[in-house]
Design a protein around this ligand. Structure first.
Ligand code: ADP
Ligand code: MG
Length: 222
């Protein structure tokens, strides 16, 4: 049954290390929203608008050393600006829910902490580009980075520039996400992603229903 409740639409982000299951889980969550009759877009970072997808290619392909962390951060925020202006803000304005595979916490974890720029620098650029806008909820898929990286490598899609930065880097990325999520429990939830796709999906649906007073059902079909 389509849900005609008067919930305020929000942006929901699923973030976490490469291979955690963000792509799979954002697709399932989007389907659950659609099944409920809620007008919802599925988007991703880096990318999410035509111009930002152009920048994505520069970031996710090629030699891991081709950009330093600061250049990565600037490219990420250039892409994020386009994503917000061309996709996210118009959708929210039109009353749609927005589900995004990655958002600003990827910059905090990858460039800020693992890339050693520091969170203060990221926050300065974040404020300049994003202002006070914040997602309604961020779900961090938490999983040992070695297991996640193996999943990502098995997927083998050629977008492996970050995967190639090695396990030390990704161990820092995982710890950074945990630190960010545990430091702000009102805006973040840590989800145990080292479970089956169905179990993770069920946990996500539960959290979303509770947070936004919805009655979504799982769309996992085996
Ligand atoms: P991400 O977008 O976080 O990098 P993906 O959603 O692309 O991760 O998943 C990476 C790979 O792992 C895919 O091949 C996917 O099918 C698989 N995968 C995702 N979630 C799980 C899970 N819970 N258990 C086992 N494999 C998974
Ligand atoms: Mg992905």
């Amino acid at each position: 049954m389509p849900n005609s409740s008067s919930n305020i639409n929000e942006m929901i982000v699923i973030d976490g290390v490469d291979g955690a299951g963000k792509g799979v889980q954002t697709r399932l969550l989007h389907q659950s929203f659609v099944n409920e009759g809620l007008d919802t877009i599925l988007t991703r970072e880096p990318g999410g608008s035509p111009a930002a997808e152009d920048i994505r290619k520069l970031l996710v392909e090629g030699d891991p050393q081709k950009w330093d962390s600061l250049t990565e951060l600037l490219l990420m925020y250039a892409a994020r600006r386009s994503h917000l202006r061309d996709t996210i803000w118009p959708a929210l304005e039109a009353g749609r829910w927005v589900i995004s595979d990655r958002f600003a916490d990827s910059s905090r974890a990858f460039q800020g902490i693992a890339g050693e720029l520091g969170l203060d620098l990221v926050e300065q650029i974040h404020h300049l580009v994003v202002g006070d806008f914040d997602p309604g909820l961020v779900l961090i898929l938490d999983i040992p980075e070695t297991i996640a990286l193996q999943r990502a490598l098995d997927r083998g899609d050629g977008e492996d520039r970050f995967e190639k930065k090695g396990t030390d880097y990704h161990s820092k990325v995982r710890q950074a996400y945990r630190q960010i999520a545990l430091g702000n429990p009102s805006q973040y939830r840590l989800i145990d992603a080292n479970q089956s796709i169905e179990q993770v999906s069920n946990e996500i649906i539960q959290v979303i229903n509770q947070q936004f007073n919805l009655s979504l059902e799982t769309s996992y079909a085996g």
